[in-house]
Design a protein around this ligand. Structure first.
Ligand code: PMP
Length: 421
């Protein structure tokens, strides 16, 4: 059977035919046969340079041999224990050694779980109920953060099935806007438990903080007794050895991880100041638990992955990222297109937008119709990126210069088609 036929069947037995909404694109998604290094192959015989990379977990490339060997060995001695094992300590110590704010670590199974637990912990620590997120930021699919901005700063549920009473304590402001947050804190500061922020907004494309914005967040939260949470589910172990907080030199109180930390296997984690982390059960009154938390397979994959992610690796990854972004910028300039080529290190995106994108409001003005023409043409020419203007594209350590040249050429073609040039 081919992808089209499988998708038809799938739609009858799996809602929307997929197990996570973004995977369903028109007319049908390709079904994967295998993935290795920088490439992903579908069952229809197509081979793509992969810049989706499972939406972020794959940083060494698919099925890295060293990681797979270690995981295989771990599988021979058990896949779930329900009791502690030494590797959990080793991975926790590795996180603590790398990440400036991490003094203690708790492992969970996904980014969603990590942000849910970190927010509960911040509320438990401060005794306050309200939380602040940024417009357009994604922190997982749980009720507190699956919101759209409502009138004023209070948020409305962004999904059926979430009571308004659940989101009335979630406030939101535009990213990179000092005034809006200052005003909100003036009005609500004493009720706010935490501010949760993606240091680089990777779920509206790729938006970097303006110079000093993260410093401003650090200062205003400190002054007002608010817990600052960096959601580094995307940026963690990706932007640098110690994540965005090392990259930008700002230390939050708590941090959440997932994706890269599991080396291609399901994981999540939250970490931070000992004084706060000590409140988690069974030590303290903030409950959080999970059957698969600290799962030995994921922990081994994480350990083996981080072992390979040393400073030279990040240097080389950034060099490749710069090479690709420079190529794309040259193409955009030659074609005289008014677009924004954005990104840093292994993250990149093109905004089909004439304005510099600083926040969600501006990102939303992008030409998504043209973006979809571009996406489909890339796919036709063997390059896979996420099917949305509001996702980030990635490169891995396994991408060769040849891959990046192929990607650049496909991008040139696709831009010409999208603009009818
Ligand atoms: N936070 C951020 C910043 C994310 O990008 C994501 C997932 N894209 C999540 C949280 C949720 O992670 P998960 O899908 O592992 O639950």
């Amino acid at each position: 059977m081919n992808s089209e036929e499988l998708f038809k069947i799938s739609k009858n037995i799996i809602p929307g035919g997929v197990n996570s909404p973004v995977r369903a694109f028109e007319p049908y998604p390709f079904f994967v046969k295998e993935a290795k290094g920088s490439h992903i192959l579908d069952i229809d015989g197509n081979d793509y340079v992969d810049h989706c990379l499972a939406y972020g977990p794959i940083l060494l490339g698919h099925s890295d041999e060293d990681v797979m060997n270690d995981v295989y060995n771990q599988m021979q001695i058990g896949t779930a224990y329900g009791a502690p094992s030494e590797n959990e300590l080793k991975l926790a110590q590795e996180v603590i050694d790398r990440v400036p704010c991490a003094e203690m670590v708790r492992f969970v199974n996904s980014g969603t779980e990590a942000t849910m637990a970190a927010i509960r912990l911040a509320r438990g620590f401060t005794g306050k109920n309200k939380i602040v997120k940024f417009e357009g930021a994604y922190h997982g699919a749980h009720d507190y953060v699956l919101v759209k901005s409502g009138s004023g700063a209070a948020c409305l549920p962004d999904s059926a099935g979430i009571p308004e009473s659940t989101t009335q304590n979630t406030l939101s402001v535009p990213f990179n806007d000092v005034e809006a947050l200052t005003q909100l804190i003036k009005e609500e500061g004493e009720n706010i438990a935490c501010i949760i922020v993606e240091p680089v907004m990777g779920n509206i494309g790729c938006v970097e903080p303006t110079v000093k914005y993260l410093k401003f967040l650090r200062e205003i939260t400190e002054e007002n007794g608010i817990v600052l949470i960096f959601d580094e589910v995307i940026t963690g172990f990706r932007l640098s050895h110690g994540g965005a907080q090392e990259y930008y030199g700002i230390k939050p109180d708590l941090v959440t991880f997932a994706k890269v930390l599991g080396g291609g296997f399901p994981i999540g984690a939250y970490a931070g100041r000992k004084e706060i982390m000590e409140l988690i059960a069974p030590n303290g009154p903030v409950y959080q638990a999970g059957t698969f938390s600290g799962n030995p397979i994921s922990i081994q994959a994480g350990l083996s992955t981080l072992k390979k992610l040393d400073y030279p690796f990040y240097g080389e990854l950034s060099r490749k990222g710069d090479l690709l972004r420079n190529n794309i910028s040259d193409i955009v300039e030659d074609l005289k297109l008014d677009l924004q080529v954005v990104g840093l290190s292994s993250m990149f995106q093109i905004y089909f937008n004439p304005d510099t994108v600083l926040n969600y409001e501006i990102a939303k003005r992008s030409d998504v119709k043209r973006f979809l023409v571009y996406f489909r043409d890339l796919l036709k020419n063997g390059v896979f990126i996420p099917p949305s203007q509001f996702e980030c594209n990635f490169i891995s350590g396994a991408h060769s210069e040849e891959d990046l040249i192929k990607t650049s050429e496909a991008i040139e073609n696709a831009l010409k088609l999208a603009w009818d040039l």
